[in-house]
Design a protein around this ligand. Structure first.
Ligand SMILES: O=P(O)(O)OC[C@H]1O[C@](O)(COP(=O)(O)O)[C@@H](O)[C@@H]1O
Ligand SMILES: [Mn+2]
Length: 641
């Protein structure tokens, strides 16, 4: 844009030169504040309760602040009770209703004000003001910035608190202060992928993220299939349905997103019977009737077989995806019930091939065609699903460079010598950053055109789910068919890309970071995707501290193999802290036991100077803004403004 035109536009947001000057002063002051705390979480997998608990306790940050302030005045039990109050103010107040007194209110409000003040030290007054709840902003500001130098003032503050209590506003004030503390504890949240699948409430997680004050998302392979479904990819949609059925979560599709699955049930009941391989995995608190279980088992089979048929079509349609080894229906002998995989014959069990034409296993019947069209139009037209995925599009990306770190859910596909594994797409070969950029551009294009359903971009979303060179998947092939129908577990193995070995090596990580222009000593790669098997002694901090894997381990069905719930990461002005979490049991458990055990470990790189906002990504944006405002000031002094 023409510079003068730009200044004219920019000038419209200011009433006077003084306003521009004070904005410049304000922004410059912000640059000198300590860097805000970033919170990294990943692999939430629909576990809303565990996730919202993390947001409330800021991965232990609030507990640390309570300890800093009160280690000499409160017992460990009192500190824990105060923490529970900050996390769940309404529920905690209701629980101790009979113990509440004017003295308790006074002490508690005082403690919460101290906590708010400590949490606010990193922010400008104006930012804190914006965070404060409207209804008490005046009172809280008075209390926050009090200076009890004289007795008169002390009387004045006591009077405010007394009035609050007398006017029966103590509880609302405590509640508001608690949420303010939660919000101030974290400046920015990163979700390193896999919000969806396995757990019961991904929709509630997305709603919470939409409401969150500052957040970005790096897409995970389990997010991408939902985006695929909403982009018009029938195979992604079938996979979404299949996974929901497998984890007994079809209600996410039906109730949360209002997509009617009755036509699928009607179809499934016609062709499928009970089948042990397709009975849903039940969570410990799932109570399901026999009838319901039966229905889900049938829909699970229908979705799986339709997915396999559609996969045959897609693999043939896209030879450049190099997925011929996934043509398993074509390699099945329907008479002998055997399948040929990588040159070896395996017997099949629990088969359900009633709808498969042995001559043309990729054939979709007219009935199936109508069913798919119908379901797809429901997915594409679900208003709520679109709103949620629009959010993922707006705040999400394939990878993110933020404050000198590279955030990516899965991997950067590599070859065994450490060089980038390339892929030829539309006649051109891409590798490393350019491959990831291509994937992102293609996905965005597909999402924009949900009514175009079998084009290259839409098909590529399937590749992102399960293709060898997908940065979100990072394995040779996905053995879904084998897991259902073949007993020999050897066939279930999914060989990981060599990235997952090489990422232990600092030199490799430095090389990868370089690809993203990250050459400094303070850069790290932050991955999700692979659960850390702590039981087997695996360390989430790799490559001499340059590589951190924070699969949150929220996915309950996976906790047996990981040995604990998983990890999150905090990055404040002093450096990074890895937080290990125990499995989240229930809110009730936290309220009754105050049991919120997490262990915190510093990611020791090297001693660093305390980081300021000016050293961050946001700082860089602010510097540009300051430059523009200085330019605007000069422009306006010429009299053109
Ligand atoms: O254990 P499930 O849910 O049946 O799924 C197994 C599939 O999930 C995957 O692990 C992908 O999911 P993740 O991204 O959570 O690892 C596949 O590699 C595998 O085939
Ligand atoms: Mn994943």
């Amino acid at each position: 844009m023409d510079k003068n035109k730009y200044f004219e536009l920019l000038g419209k947001t200011f009433q006077s030169t003084e306003e521009i000057v004070s904005e410049i002063i304000n922004l410059k002051a912000i640059l000198n504040l300590p860097k805000g705390t970033e919170h990294f979480v990943s692999d939430l997998h629909g576990e809303y309760d565990a996730f919202q608990h993390l947001l409330r306790n800021a991965s232990g940050n609030i507990k640390e602040k309570i300890n800093d302030l009160f280690h000499q005045t409160l017992t460990s039990k009192e500190q824990k009770e105060l923490a529970t109050l900050v996390y769940y103010p309404e529920l905690r107040l209701a629980r101790i209703e009979h113990e509440l007194s004017a003295t308790w209110y006074k002490e508690t409000i005082d403690q919460l004000i101290q906590l708010t003040r400590l949490s606010a030290t990193k922010y400008t007054r104006s930012k804190v003001r914006k965070t404060l709840p409207k209804r008490f902003s005046y009172i809280i500001e008075e209390l926050l910035y009090q200076n009890i130098a004289t007795n008169d003032k002390k009387d004045y503050y006591d009077q405010i608190i007394n009035d609050v209590i007398q006017l029966r506003q103590a509880q609302p004030l405590i509640i508001d202060l608690s949420y303010t503390i939660q919000q101030l504890a974290i400046d920015h949240l990163h979700v390193v992928g896999d919000i969806y699948d396995r757990g019961p409430a991904p929709d509630k997680i997305v709603e919470a993220l939409i409401e969150y004050h500052s957040v970005d998302v790096q897409w995970g392979n389990h997010d991408i299939i939902w985006m695929g479904a909403a982009s018009g990819s029938a195979i992604c949609m079938m996979n979404v349905i299949r996974i929901c059925a497998r984890y007994n979560n079809l209600s996410i599709i039906e109730d949360a997103y209002g997509i009617n699955l009755r036509p699928l049930l009607t179809y499934a009941e016609k062709y499928y019977l009970d089948n042990p391989a397709f009975r849903p995995k039940l969570a410990s608190d799932d109570h399901v009737s026999k009838e319901n279980l039966d229905e889900t088992t049938k829909m699970h089979q229908a979705a799986a077989i339709l997915q396999f048929k559609l996969e045959e079509q897609l693999v043939r349609r896209r030879p450049e995806f190099d997925m011929e080894h996934r043509l398993l229906l074509s390699n099945t002998n329907f008479q002998t019930q055997e399948v040929l995989i990588h040159g070896k014959l395996y017997p099949l069990e629990n088969t359900c091939f009633a709808t498969v034409n042995p001559e043309r296993p990729d054939e979709i019947t007219p009935e199936e065609h109508d069913l798919i069209e119908h379901l797809l139009s429901n997915f594409v037209n679900s208003e709520k699903l679109r709103r949620h995925l629009n959010f993922l599009m707006k705040k999400g990306s394939m990878y993110l460079v933020y404050n000198e770190n590279l955030l990516i859910h899965g991997c950067i596909p590599l070859q065994s010598d450490g060089s980038f594994k390339g892929m030829t797409l539309n006649g051109k070969t891409y590798a490393g950053k350019s491959l990831l950029d291509y994937f992102e551009t293609s996905l965005r294009a597909a999402y924009k055109e949900p009514h175009i359903t079998q084009d290259y971009n839409t098909d590529l979303i399937w590749y992102l789910w399960s293709g060898e060179c997908s940065s979100l998947f990072g394995k040779k092939e996905m053995t879904t068919f084998e897991r259902y129908f073949i007993a020999d577990k050897v066939t279930h193995t999914e060989e990981k890309n060599v990235y997952y070995e090489l990422r232990e090596d600092e030199a490799v990580i430095r090389q990868l970071l370089k690809e993203f222009d990250l050459n400094g000593d303070d850069s790290h790669i932050i991955n999700g995707h692979t659960p850390i098997k702590e039981v087997k002694g695996e360390d989430p901090i790799k490559a001499n501290g340059k590589m951190i894997v924070i699969d949150g381990g929220f996915s309950k069905p996976y906790q047996k193999t990981t040995g604990l719930a998983g990890y999150t990461l905090l990055y404040n002005s002093y450096g990074m802290q890895l937080v290990a979490h125990k499995a989240f049991s229930s809110i009730e458990h936290i309220l009754s036991q105050h049991d919120d055990v997490l262990s915190i470990r510093r990611v020791v790189d090297r001693p660093v100077d305390r980081k300021k906002v000016s050293d961050t990504t946001v700082g860089a944006q602010l510097k540009t803004e300051i430059q523009d405002l200085v330019g605007l000031l000069a422009y306006s002094s010429l009299g053109d403004f």
